[in-house]
Design a binder for this molecule. Structure first.
Ligand code: UN1
Length: 496
């Protein structure tokens, strides 16, 4: 019998009101049940919100540097448990250990950044237009933040949201993806152990359509941050618009790597394999389109296929594995579906395009790294996010065409160009219509201390990470102090 895990509500580990649970299984071996997690309902969410409001009342008054100290201890505990968490994460999410270690490291980096931000959280003091008067703007906490997170970065993405939210003095309700509840449990254990006042963090497991919806619809949760599909983001956006909530959305991508004829092709080859097939293509930033200059198209495509065909599939816990499984059966079906759509619309499968057919992998959701050649702009495999190990390859005749192809999608998260020509690099930097551009590096690999996010239908204008996210989690208050002892009218009593 697998263990029953609990929610963390009102400072205690508690069973869901319904008594119902869902199973968490290993995507590399579906017979391996990791545990059973609460299938929570609106009652659990309501209790969590009531408690988080009490937590907020105390935490919002705790001096920010002291809040930072708690996050410092969180970071230190993450350092101590990095390996154990990485192992648990690989078991429930599937990606290889080097990547889950990186995922935890991103959480550590985010914790230490947030800890030090507790001693900054800068406001501004600006000159008043009147004598004997001060004008200043400072940050205030907002309230209870509802955080809804995806499966692909079970530690990094929750921490991107949670640590800045906490540093800014908000209370947090955390609804992790159903595929990765164990990592979420381990993270919340650390927060409590680090001395976060218990009602400041609530962990409510369950379905997005129930728990996520209840958070989004509840009037006492003024801040929502969501990372996931563009379809779900649209539903959340509509509800938050109706309720006037502050909302940060991070959604899909259709990220391209451009390889010019003057590029270092060995470097570009390593880059595209990592960008397209790292995390089994399950990153919002994954390289899902490869735009090749016609002069190097044929040879480069051949090299990509040679190398992609050699990537070793297997369980992420095996040190020899390079590509793990997809997260679940529907994810693999979606990949199969899109490979079919690609073929129907005239693309050809240059490598992959099937399950591995290896008995040892039959109990997992594996799919061979796949390269679709002959893809034309506008095809569905060129436009739509697949979120799997599928790379669509296009041919262009110059940089201007490459940039046009890159930009002609609804998404705008990440992009990349490989070139040795500084003019091409800067032209691309200016004209690629994405939130992030890499020069001579693949589309993945953002660092925690820089803003992360995209344009167009990838997001709604906010950024995670770096300094920018602290604006999202704080309200600006402006204070004028007039010590002239008389009525001074702005815009009127302003003569020198
Ligand atoms: C994602 O793409 O889903 O930039 C998040 C990266 C990681 C985070 C990716 N630091 O590749």
């Amino acid at each position: 019998m697998a263990d029953n895990f609990k929610n963390f509500i009102a400072g205690e580990w508690v069973a869901p009101a319904s008594g119902a649970y869902f199973e968490n299984r290993n995507p590399a071996d579906w017979n391996d049940v990791i545990g059973c997690f609460p299938r929570s309902g609106p009652d659990d969410v309501a209790r969590a919100i009531a408690s988080a409001k009490r937590g907020f009342a105390a935490w919002s008054r705790t001096p920010a540097p002291i809040r930072g100290q708690v996050l410092q201890r969180v970071g230190e505990l993450l350092v101590l448990r990095k390996e154990a968490i990485a192992q648990a994460m690989t078991r429930e999410m599937g990606k290889v250990l080097a990547e889950t270690r990186g995922d935890v490291q991103e959480g550590i980096d985010t914790a230490f950044y947030a800890a030090s931000e507790g001693r900054r959280l800068f406001g501004r003091v600006v000159p008043s237009e009147l004598r004997n008067k001060w004008a200043m703007a400072y940050r205030r906490p907002i309230g209870v933040a509802g955080l809804i997170t995806p499966f692909n970065f079970p530690m990094a993405i929750p921490t991107w949201k949670m640590f800045p939210a906490l540093a800014c003095g908000n209370a947090v309700i955390f609804k992790p993806a159903e595929d990765v509840p164990h990592t979420a449990h381990l993270l919340v254990e650390i927060l409590v152990e680090a001395g976060l006042p218990p009602e400041v963090i609530q962990l409510v497991h369950g379905q997005g359509s129930v728990v996520g919806r209840a958070l989004v619809e509840h009037p006492d949760v003024p801040v929502i941050s969501f990372t996931g599909s563009t379809e779900t983001g649209a539903v959340i956006g509509a509800a938050c618009g109706r309720l006037h909530k502050r909302l940060s959305l991070e959604m899909g991508g259709k990220n391209a790597m451009i390889v010019m004829e003057d590029a270092d092709l060995d470097l570009a080859l390593d880059g595209v394999l990592w960008g397209a097939f790292g995390t089994t293509g399950q990153r919002c930033t994954a390289t899902s389109r490869l735009i090749l200059h016609e002069k190097i198209h044929d040879t480069f495509l051949r090299s990509v296929c040679d190398r992609a065909g050699q990537l070793r599939l297997g369980p992420g816990l095996d040190p020899k594995t390079e590509v793990g499984p997809l997260i679940h059966e529907e994810a693999r079906k979606k990949v199969e579906y899109y490979v079919g759509v690609g073929k129907e619309q005239g693309a050809s499968v240059a490598i992959g395009g099937a399950e591995p057919g290896d008995k040892a992998l039959a109990a997992g959701w594996f799919y061979r790294p796949t390269v679709l050649a002959g893809v034309q702009p506008g095809m569905r495999v060129e436009q739509e996010e697949i979120f799997g190990p599928v790379l669509s390859v296009l041919k262009v005749s110059d940089l201007a065409e490459a940039i046009r192809v890159n930009n002609d999608v609804h998404y705008g998260l990440s992009s990349s160009i490989y070139t040795r020509n500084v003019n091409s690099a800067f032209r691309a930097m200016e004209d690629l219509d994405t939130g992030i551009t890499y020069v001579n590096a693949p589309t993945i690999g953002a660092e925690a201390h820089l803003p992360f996010g995209g344009v167009k239908q990838t997001g709604n204008g906010h950024r995670e990470g770096g300094w920018a996210v602290y604006d999202f989690y704080s309200e600006i208050k402006v204070v004028y102090v007039d010590y002239s002892g008389k009525l001074q009218r702005a815009q009127i009593d302003t003569e020198a």
